[in-house]
Design a protein around this ligand. Structure first.
Ligand SMILES: NC(=O)C1=CN([C@@H]2O[C@H](COP(=O)(O)OP(=O)(O)OC[C@H]3O[C@@H](n4cnc5c(N)ncnc54)[C@H](OP(=O)(O)O)[C@@H]3O)[C@@H](O)[C@H]2O)C=CC1
Ligand SMILES: O=C(CO)COP(=O)(O)O
Length: 317
């Protein structure tokens, strides 16, 4: 089956490289620069050499000839991108590779795809995986979610490669919530470590953060078991413990009180604000998310954030 990847950031490029070791793949970028000649994405994924089967284009219509299309643009850019290319994407299977919740609507990628390209089939590819690991051929296991089980099975066999092992699920809401929420908790963990609060504080934030993920999942009719899988617990573990994570590194900078490059893609920043707003609207208790949102908006500092968490009324676990 023909596959295309739209968006040549670090993740889109890494997925295209892995898939192209198995089948022909077209990678679309709005600016291909020297990629086609140099056979590497020097700006976003230096070191990931392109296999022969990988073609690069800046003509979206050419990439959209493929039946299966992976979309790897950042979450807050997804809707505008889909609307701009709506005619090309109609009737396709669209696999969202972004992790986050849209700030204006509180929707995840599946909801945004359903609204923007109503006759497409939405799916989600998410789970613990750094682009550099995938591009280097290191083993990774991900969740592939699509509401239609038959389509999900076909996609699973199309998109599984030598180093991408895909587990399928029909719980798209659970898969996308895990990927979105783990980034918020990673910012909290980075802030705690950056401020010198220690590994025990990080373990507490990961565990109580996981409880927040499950609370939101239940509210959104997702399965708590999905949150316990690769897309939730798996990605939470990776992102909260590695300096390869941009979300964790933003947290580290906040904890250390040093500046962070504002051009870096950090999905957890907008998502924290989106989920905090959702929590208020729904009357959900998500204290770590609320603290991260306040920290990002500079309404509190890390000491105040920890204080707000530690002085909450005592409760049953
Ligand atoms: N990096 C990773 O390890 C992983 C990332 N992800 C997820 O993948 C998604 C993308 O992240 P990542 O690839 O790392 O991000 P990058 O910052 O590396 O790249 C973002 C890409 O999106 C493109 N882009 C931005 N805005 C638009 C737009 N309006 N229209 C078209 N293209 C646009 C950029 O194009 P340009 O280069 O022209 O600016 C760039 O190619 C995120 O949701 C992230 O959470 C998931 C798992 C792992
Ligand atoms: O989602 C990721 C790993 O699974 C990448 O994390 P960052 O976006 O924090 O770098």
């Amino acid at each position: 089956m023909n596959v295309a990847v739209l968006g040549a950031g670090a993740f889109g490029t890494a997925l295209a490289i892995s898939l192209a070791n198995k089948e022909p793949v077209t990678l679309w970028a709005r600016d291909i620069g020297e990629m086609a000649n140099e056979r590497v994405n020097a700006r976003r994924l230096p070191g990931g050499a392109f296999p022969e089967n990988l073609s690069i284009t800046d003509v979206c219509a050419r990439a959209c000839e493929a039946k299966v299309i992976l979309i790897a643009v950042p979450m807050q850019k997804l809707r505008a991108f889909l609307i701009a290319n709506q005619a090309l994407l109609q009737g396709k299977t669209l696999v969202a590779c972004c992790k986050g919740i849209e700030l204006e609507t509180g929707l995840g990628p599946v909801g945004v795809i359903s609204q923007s390209v109503p006759d497409a089939v939405p799916a989600v590819l998410t789970g613990p995986s750094f682009a550099t690991d995938i591009a280097a051929g290191l083993p990774t296991a991900l969740t592939l979610a699509c509401a239609d089980d038959d389509i999900c099975r076909t996609l699973q066999s199309t998109l599984t490669t030598d180093n991408l092992r895909l587990y399928r699920s029909t719980d798209t809401a659970g898969a996308e919530l895990g990927g979105a929420m783990k980034n918020i908790i990673a910012i909290a963990c980075g802030a705690a470590i950056g401020a010198g609060l220690g590994e025990s504080a990080r373990a507490a934030l990961m565990t109580r953060g996981f409880a927040e993920m499950q609370r939101l999942a239940i509210y959104r009719n997702a399965l708590p078991t999905t949150l316990a899988g690769l897309s939730g617990f798996g990605d939470l573990t990776l992102t909260c413990t590695s300096e390869k994570s941009r979300n964790y590194c933003l947290g580290l900078s906040l904890g250390r009180g040093i500046p962070f490059d504002a051009t870096t893609t950090v999905e957890g920043a907008a998502t924290a604000l989106a989920v905090d707003a959702l929590a208020r609207e729904a009357g959900l208790d998500l204290p770590i998310t609320t603290a991260v949102a306040a920290l990002l908006e500079r309404r509190i500092d890390v000491t105040q954030a920890m204080e707000s968490l530690l002085t909450r009324p005592l409760k049953e676990e």
